[in-house]
Design a protein. Structure first.
Length: 408
């Protein structure tokens, strides 16, 4: 019921306003919104998964148990030069078909079962395997115009679209995704995340609104070493999906977060855009804001909006994007979803709620709210990524470094 007119009338002394009912905080709750959290150790220190689990578990009520997941970087130093394929299978027949294709496409350096433990809340689990691979010489020769990364993307699309009952949910180097149907703390227990070490961790708790909760539909979504966790809803999904199809990306999961991962791969890896420019395409300034910019900035913003209009992410969102060597945090252009950042020494924390940071870092050096549409790019010392570049000036980089260190 809309009480706005009643409130205005009561304020003018014409009639009593409606009774304000005290909310029943112990009764049924409408809980929704998803939760995201991330930790990046900029000195490259590898930490186990306990902190990220503790952080995302604090936001338990933002999800509903239909999806939880984690991404980790620096995960497989013993196979750092191999693509780590994490694959889930519905049945042994799908496993046999997919393994035949993987064996024909790649040299398998090592393969094993992804370790799991019994968790009563986890039901109807798929079969999980992982493969550390390199494209075969014959495949490289046959697809001579494609890079190794291109071959991996093509292979992932083939499995996910053409092999029924098989899904590659992680395909990068020295990184891995662990996800499924359940609360994130249950998924962490299921995949034994306390046994893994990584310099960057991201996490997600899901409250699906438009799609069913299933194992492949949980976050993070990834392609190569890009992984995305997302709180919000992308109403431009149809436009984004059709745009990506022009470049060979098949969106097999019908979820908005999947297109974000592919768009990062397309604009940053394939089109070689700096991170800030790619993020401007995803969350561009409004036209009236662009018209008030200085000439040089206006020219760039106008060109990006015109060229990459189908890549615009319309709707409320906050996202954390992991990549080999760092992490990106980005809000929509009017900040319709919460996201807080903090720093402590050489660690950067980002989460949907400040409490999720303070539960693992009680006294951060600095806490701040991320501005709308302006990406936070965090990079790990000593780890280079040829695709991830910044267009910030040295002075701007210095200022951001001061901010991250808590001295600004």
């Amino acid at each position: 019921m809309n009480y706005e007119n009643d409130f205005r009338a009561a304020a003018a002394g014409r009639l009593p306003g409606p009774v304000r009912v005290k909310p029943d905080r112990d009764g049924p709750k409408d809980i929704a919104g998803c939760a995201i959290s991330g930790i990046c150790c900029t000195d490259g220190q590898r930490i186990n998964g306990r902190d990220i689990v503790k952080s995302i578990e604090l936001m338990h009520d933002r999800g509903n148990g239909l999806g939880g997941g984690f991404a980790a970087y620096g995960l497989y130093p013993e196979h750092a030069d191999c693509y780590a394929l994490h694959v889930m299978y519905d049945n042994p027949a799908a496993k046999a078909t997919a393994e035949q294709f993987i064996g024909e496409t790649f040299d398998i350096v090592y393969k094993d079962v992804i370790p799991t433990r019994h968790v009563p809340a986890i039901r109807n689990r798929p079969i999980f395997n992982r493969y550390f691979v390199q494209p075969r010489a014959a495949i490289r020769e046959h697809y001579y115009e494609m890079t190794d990364d291109d071959i991996v993307v093509w292979a992932v699309m083939h499995v996910n679209v053409r092999i029924d009952g098989a899904f590659v949910f992680s395909s990068g180097k020295d990184c891995g995704v662990f996800k499924g149907v359940g609360y994130p703390e249950e998924i962490a227990d299921f995949f034994c995340l306390e046994d893994y070490q990584a310099y960057t961790w991201t996490a997600h708790s899901r409250f699906p609104t438009n799609t069913t909760g299933w194992w492949g539909g949980a976050h993070p979504f990834g392609i190569l070493d890009w992984t995305v966790v997302h709180n919000g809803e992308i109403s431009s999904y149809g436009t984004n999906r059709r745009y990506l199809a022009n470049f060979g990306y098949d969106c097999a999961l019908h979820t908005d977060t999947e297109v974000i991962a592919y768009l990062f791969d397309l604009l940053v890896r394939k089109h070689k855009l700096p991170i800030e420019v790619a993020c401007t395409a995803f969350a561009p300034p409004l036209w009236d804001v662009i018209e008030r910019m200085p000439a040089k900035e206006r020219q760039l913003a106008h060109a990006v909006r015109m060229t990459y209009a189908p890549a615009l992410l319309n709707g409320p969102f906050s996202i954390l994007v992991g990549f080999r060597g760092g992490m990106i945090a980005l809000n929509d252009r009017i900040k319709l979803r919460p996201m807080t950042a903090a720093s402590k020494g050489k660690r950067i924390y980002v989460a949907s709620e400040e409490a999720a940071i303070r539960v693992i870092c009680p006294q951060p050096d600095k806490v701040w709210q991320l501005p709308a549409g302006d990406p936070l790019l965090v990079k790990v010392d000593g780890i280079t990524n040829e695709y991830v570049k910044s267009n910030k000036t040295d002075a701007e980089k210095s200022e951001q470094s001061k901010t991250l260190a808590g001295s600004a």
